[in-house]
Design a protein around this ligand. Structure first.
Ligand SMILES: C[S@@+](CC[C@H](N)C(=O)[O-])C[C@H]1O[C@@H](n2cnc3c(N)ncnc32)[C@H](O)[C@@H]1O
Length: 260
């Protein structure tokens, strides 16, 4: 039996988690090392905007941090809170917009590692997001933001695929760049997720729009939020010893922003 569904992969947290949930260790270690090295305060409270299923939040909670987050997708938020509670932590994640939120208590560090920021579809929303993040942080606290920039020279990565299996459940996924409009600053991405059990096959066909940023455009955006300084630049290898420089060829970058 085979089914095709046109919808958002974010509405299927169980499959999202199976695909991406095992990818946490390098980011987790990197985040903790950033907290140690770059924050000018002791980090105990952390927040993840657009946290999805909370694959990193659960690990940080287990590592002793007080965690919180938000996400637009109620199914992801329910999944995340249920898992936090199952492990004895509060259901500390809310449904909310990362460009329009306020925290009751400021946090010492926050992170947004895999391009979720590019879901914000306008400069206004991106600026509002940075302002919310600055307001959410204590002085000396960090916002660790990982994005793919649009290189203005050289090749760029246009396709990615993932595969994962648990018991009888197999999930394969492919994401590719369908259309790039540099004038409208939009990249249309296609994503297909195939979910197999021994007796069924379901295909989820998704399409996402990501705002594009060249290094210069990102720099201009950052300048709108002078509360942040750039403490360090790394890349998606998550190696503390590897620092990157902004060049026209640079694609994946992790901005370690610190609140002044
Ligand atoms: C690529 S997933 C990343 C999830 C999680 N941060 C992770 O690392 O696994 C992107 C997430 O961004 C969320 N999202 C998109 N736009 C958002 C917005 N304006 N505010 C909050 N969450 C948003 C989606 O619902 C989705 O869960």
């Amino acid at each position: 039996m085979s089914d095709t569904i046109h919808g958002s992969i974010y509405d299927y947290p169980k499959y999202y988690e199976l695909l991406f949930g095992s990818d946490w260790k390098a980011e987790y270690d990197f985040l903790r090392e950033c907290f140690e090295r770059y924050a000018k305060c002791e980090v105990s409270r952390v927040f993840e905007p657009a946290c999805g299923t909370g694959r990193l939040l659960i690990k940080l909670a287990q590592g002793g941090y007080n965690v919180g987050g938000n996400d637009l997708n109620p199914k992801a938020v329910d999944y995340c809170n249920a898992r936090l509670q199952r492990h004895g932590y509060p259901a500390s994640v809310t449904v909310g917009d990362m460009a329009d939120f306020r925290l009751a208590k400021k946090v010492h560090a926050s992170f947004n590692t895999i391009n979720s920021f590019r879901h914000l579809d306008s400069e206004q929303a991106a600026e509002a997001h940075l302002q919310c993040m600055a307001n959410a942080l204590t002085k000396g606290g960090l916002y660790i933001l990982g994005i793919h920039l649009l290189p203005t020279q050289g090749e760029r990565m246009e396709t990615e695929s993932w595969t994962a299996r648990r018991g009888n459940l197999q999930v394969n996924s492919r994401m590719w760049s369908k259309e790039l409009d540099t004038r409208k600053r939009n990249e249309k991405l296609g994503m297909i997720m195939d979910v197999y059990t021994p007796t069924s096959h379901m295909q989820i066909v998704d399409e996402m729009n990501y705002r594009t940023y060249t290094a210069k455009q990102f720099e201009k955006l950052l300048a709108t939020c002078p509360q942040f300084e750039v403490a360090a630049l790394h890349d998606f290898c998550y190696d503390m010893d590897v620092h990157v420089e902004i060049t026209p060829r640079l694609e994946d970058v992790v901005y370690v922003l610190r609140k002044k």
